[in-house]
Design a protein around this ligand. Sequence first.
Ligand code: PLP
Length: 400
Amino acid sequence: MTTSAYLDHAATTPMSVAALEAFAQEAVRPGNASSLHAAGRAARRVVEESREQFAAALGARPSEVIFTSGGTEADNLAVKGIFWGRRAQDTRRTRVLVSAVEHHAVLDPAFWLAGHAGAEIVLLPVDADGVVDLDALRAELAAHAEETALVSVMLANNEVGTLQPVREVARVARQHGVPVHTDAVQAVGMAEVDFAALGVDALTVTGHKTGGPLGVGALLARRDLPIEAVQHGGGQERGVRSGTLDVPAIRAFAVAVADAVARREDRAAHVAALRDALIAGVRAAAPDAVLRGPDPALRPGLRLPGNAHFTFPDAEGDSLLYLLDSMGVQASTGSACQAGVPQPSHVLLAMGVPERDARGALRFTLGESSTREDVDLLVAALPAVVARAQAAGLVGGGRS
Ligand SMILES: Cc1ncc(COP(=O)(O)O)c(C=O)c1O
């Protein structure tokens, strides 16, 4: 009988066997890809072949790939680098438009620019399912295109799984000559990600959510996009991202992404079937739980196939998480703590969820290795867990 269920694949998912083998093969070979001798040239060849494979999987050109240390670095490079690049061309361009439900890796650099570099942040509102308001974007750009440095709207939300109309965002922004960045960290291998077809100017990917290693990622960036370096040094990656290239990680990342994209439809069907069973099971086990984000039965195609997210009235998300963990079920509240204090998710608040309800959030995310037994273990544990968390929440009384 299964005694543990990992339902947190959106946090990180295990490396695929193919990626691990590719990593091991390169990890024992000497050679810095910037060195001129034979070992260095061999390492460079591995990087360039990986760049080609990676770009082809995501509808990009090899010259558009900038390898980074992960999604956070790629998002920082996009937000700060494009802001500085565009403002260098025209000092009026200080507005940064970001959706209100972006990951902190986008929101925090944007707010840092506001605090340190004179940026003005415009948060684009979302509807009750977390879908960005395109009319608000149109109105913003109609009024302020000349003062706008960039727009950043994620492809798929990491908490509630909402897929954003990024193609339309790019179409609207292009009419105004404003570049668009999209964070596709959660989308690769689960939804279609085609850089050219999306029409965006920059796109973030990370290794550890796609069956690749931790500590590697990439920013796809069009060659004509003005982008300033954030990290300076040896001038690697077109001078935009200095630092010795991590050859084994890049090789494994390319193998993982190519594989994740090639088998996307099968994986999506597998996790969607489990996700639907999970939603039905949670609703039966905890009838007052509320599904947040698009309901796949009502708005099909608007949600990542492996994501389910609920709020449980009168319970703290943290209590639910620890109680489930004690029964072998690993999930997430979906949002970060600040200084050890759980905060209601900015994503749920932007969707109009009252703060009291937002406190009882739990995210369940499925991956390739997820099984029906994982879902069954959660559903079996849930009634007792919710009852205990609700009792603790009411006794605590601190939830006004
Ligand atoms: C949407 C999104 N963007 C960015 C990141 C950060 O990526 P990384 O962990 O590779 O730094 C994450 C990770 O949770 C994410 O979910």
